[in-house]
Design a protein around this ligand. Structure first.
Ligand code: NDP
Ligand code: GDR
Length: 342
């Protein structure tokens, strides 16, 4: 039995929930940072879906509160810290650029500072992103491909990435940065395109909606499953030395083809329901992402297992179940009324 303690920021998000589940299965004590919310009980809906809410210890805190993080590290003395918290929705980063920078960029310094001060021997994982490649400088992106951010979110993630590298070199920390390409699951937020599609497909199938509005369906993404990707995070912190790794499938698919997989799964013709809404186009787009995961395969022994088709089918099935039960994590309102362009 493992006697290690892991501390996860962002435990109420998609990756935090799957990572907590994975670490619990490895015998870890799992402590997770959760922001105070007036929606008491609702913030743990992803942990509830996985049936692990009672197995993790949720502690109150915020990435913006450096003193609070230090206090928690002093008390729990975690062996491993996974910094997954972020304002993670690219579109919102144009509407709230300063907040995105504070959380997604400066929040990393707050965690690293508390770690240096209280638990310098702890191993640290930073959630970096393929969005950092933005206007891609190479057709296949690896650890050595230069970054070119296309959103305030991506610019903030580049700061988080380099400050992690810098603290590793400055303070000899065991600090790793995982450059993860898009990964999805039934626990994905409704605002992200895969889940927006599978939720809408389930709504249309059940007669609860008549159409699906999308923006740029020609964008290409390298999509994997969050359950596969959180294992890579854990593997990075078990390696002999700290390093940075690309985590991807090595295959890219357009938003259009991803949506087609979802519609076909329930026997619907996408062309009858899909509408293009120019308001959903972004001020600057990331047209193509395609990762080269060979370093992670070679050095960590990591490889993705779940295919895009299997993942989309699992997501549609989960949305059908949730809509039939009208559970938290599904939403009866059209998304356009949740994320309006102002
Ligand atoms: P989610 O948006 O699902 O989760 C984000 C988490 O961050 C939530 O738990 C949220 O809490 C928390 N959070 C936000 N702001 C704060 C704050 N100020 N203090 C404390 N917690 C905060 O993201 P994912 O799980 O999809 O992604 C995890 C990380 O990986 C993020 O950093 C993301 O940017 C990055 N990433 C994700 C990829 C993906 O494809 N999913 C790919 C590459 C990187 P609350 O529930 O209260 O909102
Ligand atoms: P992304 O994911 O921006 O890549 O960031 P998202 O699913 O939001 O967009 C993917 C692509 O789909 C296009 N698109 C739409 N996107 C959304 N959300 N809604 C739409 O209606 C729509 N129509 C077309 C987008 O323009 C884009 O090209 C995700 C997040 O998880 C980040 O936190 C993470 O760092 C990166 O993945 C890797």
């Amino acid at each position: 039995m493992n006697s290690k303690t892991a501390f996860i920021t962002g435990i109420t998000g998609q990756d935090g929930a799957y990572l907590a589940q994975h670490l619990l299965s490895q015998g870890y004590r799992v402590v997770g940072l959760s922001r105070r919310s007036s929606h008491y009980g609702l913030t743990s809906h992803r942990l509830d879906w996985l049936g692990i809410t009672k197995d993790v210890e949720l502690v109150e805190g915020d990435l913006l509160d450096a003193g609070g993080l230090a206090r928690l590290f002093r008390f729990y003395r975690p062996d491993e810290v996974y910094n997954l918290a972020a304002q993670s929705f690219v579109t919102t980063s144009w509407q709230q650029p300063a907040l995105t920078t504070q959380i997604t960029a400066l929040g990393v310094v707050n965690v690293l500072g508390a770690l240096v001060q209280e638990i310098p021997k702890a191993r640290f994982y930073q959630a970096s992103s393929s969005e950092m490649y933005g206007l891609v400088q190479e057709p296949v992106q690896s650890e050595t491909t230069p970054f070119y951010p296309r959103s305030p979110y991506a610019a903030a993630k580049i700061f988080g990435h380099w400050i992690t590298v810098n603290y590793r070199e400055s303070y000899n920390l065991f600090a790793c940065s995982g450059i993860l390409f898009n990964h999805e699951s039934p626990l994905r937020g409704l605002e992200f395109v895969t889940r927006k599609v599978t939720h809408a497909v389930a709504q249309i199938k059940l007669g609860l909606a008549k159409e699906l509005k999308l923006g740029n369906i020609d964008a290409l993404r390298d999509w994997g499953h969050a359950r596969d990707y959180v294992k890579a995070m854990h593997m990075m912190l078990q390696a002999e030395r700290a390093d940075d790794y690309v985590i991807a499938t090595g295959k890219t698919t357009s938003v259009r083809d991803m949506a087609r997989i979802a519609f076909e799964y329930v026997g619907l013709d996408m062309n009858e329901f899909l509408k293009i809404d120019p308001d959903l186009y972004r001020p600057a787009e990331v047209d193509l992402l395609l990762g080269d995961p060979s370093k992670a395969q070679r050095e960590l022994g990591w490889a993705p297992v779940i295919s895009l088709e299997e993942m989309i089918h699992e997501m549609v099935d989960a949305d059908l179940v949730r809509l039939r039960k009208n559970e938290a994590g599904s939403n009866p309102m059209p998304l356009s009324s949740l994320y309006t362009k102002v």
